[in-house]
Ligand binder design. Structure first.
Ligand code: PRP
Ligand code: URA
Length: 206
């Protein structure tokens, strides 16, 4: 399934400021929310719509209404930074949560929390800003797919080639929308050039 890297001047500007190590948590949160909106617009581009009749002040008009319920699923904690981007754009979005934490030594994900609304017949947006080894993203997608959503899209800020490969191997039907595809992982499985530890930068826990 294709990886879409959003190619947009506003996204490039916002992501460059996110990468800047001088950017503190308050600005980091604001940049994440604004970049997230651009990513979410791309991630929802193919959602089905149904005709919707309204009356303008001048005449009847046949427009569109979203034909599918949306469910945003941030992967705790860093994914929370992208959640407002979805609910700002489409407040009727339902929200589920998945807690995943990467072990610092093995880099394997550990899941510690899950609370999802029913997903059958709904489109799920899985929000996790960093797709590094792909271990967390793949485990999260496996959990979500077990609830049989109509569709699932993975939204991240920065992807590494290793993570994209892992997702394509484990979840070939899940499209990935990313703000950037970076060069590689370093020896600590951090994305380079990357932007560091997203959760720490978002919440000031360095
Ligand atoms: C980060 C990030 C992803 C994961 C990516 O979370 O938000 O969930 O690492 O790495 P992977 O692709 O190698 O699995 P982290 O484990 O640091 O937890 P946090 O969001 O609570 O900071
Ligand atoms: N998690 C992060 O927050 N950053 C990385 O570069 C890799 C995993």
């Amino acid at each position: 399934m294709p990886l879409t890297v959003v190619d947009h001047p506003l996204a490039a500007d916002l992501l460059t400021r996110l990468r800047d190590k001088r950017t503190g948590p308050a600005e980091f949160r604001s940049l994440t929310r604004r970049l997230g909106a651009i990513l979410v617009v791309e991630a929802t581009r193919s959602l089905a719509v149904t005709p919707s009749e309204v009356e303008t002040p001048l005449e009847p008009f046949t427009g569109s209404a979203l034909a599918v319920d949306l469910v945003a699923i941030p992967v705790l904690r860093a994914g929370l930074g992208l959640l407002d981007a979805v609910t700002d754009l489409y407040p009727d979005t339902m929200v589920g949560y998945l807690g995943m934490e990467r072990d610092e030594e093995t880099h394997e994900p550990r899941d510690y929390y899950a609370k999802l609304p029913p997903l059958a017949g709904r489109h799920a947006l899985l929000l996790d800003p960093m797709l590094a080894t792909g271990g967390s993203g793949s485990a999260a997608a496996t959990y979500v797919q077990a609830a049989q959503p109509l569709g699932l899209t993975f939204v991240c800020v920065v992807a590494a080639p290793e993570g994209v490969e892992r997702m394509e191997a484990d979840h070939p039907g899940v499209p990935i929308v990313a703000g950037a595809l970076d060069r590689q992982l370093n020896e600590h499985a951090y994305i380079v050039p990357g932007l560091g530890d997203f959760g720490d930068r978002l919440y000031g826990t360095v």
